[in-house]
Ligand binder design. Structure first.
Ligand code: NAP
Length: 325
């Protein structure tokens, strides 16, 4: 069944282990930032819990090939990379539980993290709950999610064998995933709102060389149409205002990320665009609370910067615990 990217509706049912009364470090989010914080926290012999909503890995768990993470000259597939990080965190004693955090109380020495299944208590908290794909917000998008609309090529690409599909966006993700999708699709049309890609040059070159990829420049999607599944996409040229309808059986949307901060609103200092503001040691405006990875206000969102954030956040938490002792 198509998953529509991150729109999973799985209930994994419960936890991977039993929670303790009080942790020294609770990490929210099990992507590269959270898992690395877990490695550093547990390796410092601190009771460390990682709480992940679904499966450890975050967005990297949905990426087919990671080519720019040092140490893997041939590249490594995303799920494999995060599996290794998870094993490494567990090896030093970090616990990993499955729960979705819905509220949080950060004031005071003992922080309370409220999940759907449990309430967790911690002396320090590292927020690494990442970001999720931004939605287009056009008619048909929600209705056809999992029926031709997807946010995850790795999950859903194989359903489009021999078909004509579209990818929306001009960043690294859109271009990388468009290239990946050419393994399955007959033709991949990248729909981008400008006439220049934002993606890195190496990805651009590969996409321009790929005979299965074509571009629709200066264009935005205004509607996704079909009866039971996606059949057509309505496009508007933003220069000429001309509207057209193209026939596609799938549309993969990669127009950036929005931080997962719903449970944090009013509880911690966020930037105007909703990211957590930290200093260079990953400290937030609240004592004993740190942020790491894509959820943090910063310039470069990469696995390598997420893991660096995670390491720093954990070491700041350890330092804070030492000061309190
Ligand atoms: P991104 O870099 O923010 O790019 C988003 C793209 O979507 C941009 O081209 C943007 O257009 C377009 N866009 C935004 N809102 C739109 C809307 N409402 N309608 C139509 N188009 C819209 O996001 P991303 O590609 O998901 O990447 C996120 C981060 O992960 C980036 O820091 C990226 O470098 C990183 N990443 C890196 C790699 C890699 O290194 N291999 C792979 C994947 C992701 P404009 O260009 O006009 O703004």
């Amino acid at each position: 069944m198509e998953q529509g990217g991150m729109m999973f509706d799985l209930n994994l049912g419960g936890t991977l282990s039993e929670k303790k009364e009080l942790y020294e470090i609770v990490i929210i989010g099990g992507g590269p930032a959270g898992l690395t914080a877990g490695i550093y926290g547990s390796r410092s012999k601190r009771d460390t819990l990682i709480i992940e909503k679904l499966l450890p890995g975050g967005q990297v768990g949905l990426t087919d090939l990671v080519e720019n993470y040092p140490g893997f000259p041939e590249g490594i597939d995303g799920p494999d990379l995060v599996k290794r990080m998870e094993e490494q965190a567990k090896r030093f004693g970090a616990e990993i539980l499955t729960d979705e955090i819905i509220d949080i109380s950060l004031a005071g020495d003992i922080k309370e993290i409220v999940g759907r299944s449990n309430v967790y208590k911690a002396k320090t908290v590292i927020i690494a709950s990442g970001a999720e794909p931004r939605k287009l917000g056009v008619p048909g998008e929600k209705e056809f999610t999992g029926k031709g609309v997807s946010y995850c090529a790795t999950c859903d690409g194989a359903f489009f064998e021999g078909q004509e599909i579209a990818v929306v966006g001009g960043g690294d993700t859109a271009v990388q995933e468009a290239i990946y999708l050419t393994q399955f699709a007959k033709k991949v049309t990248i729909i981008h709102r400008r006439d220049k890609l934002r993606a890195s040059k190496i990805l651009q070159e590969r996409a321009f060389k790929n005979e299965k990829i074509e571009f629709l420049w200066n264009s935005i999607v205004t509607e996704i149409m079909g009866s039971k599944r996606v059949e057509k996409i309505k496009i508007k040229n933003v220069k000429t205002q001309e509207e057209s309808v193209i026939e596609k059986s799938g549309i993969f949307i990669y127009i950036g990320l929005v931080p997962n901060t719903d449970y944090l609103k009013g509880k911690i200092k966020l930037s105007e665009d909703g990211y957590i503001i930290t200093d260079e040691n990953m400290k937030t405006d609240i004592e004993g609370v740190y942020a790491a990875g894509d959820i943090r206000k910063k310039n470069l969102r990469q696995i390598v910067t997420a893991v660096a954030d995670g390491a720093q956040a954990a070491m700041s938490a350890v330092e804070y615990l030492e000061e309190k002792e």
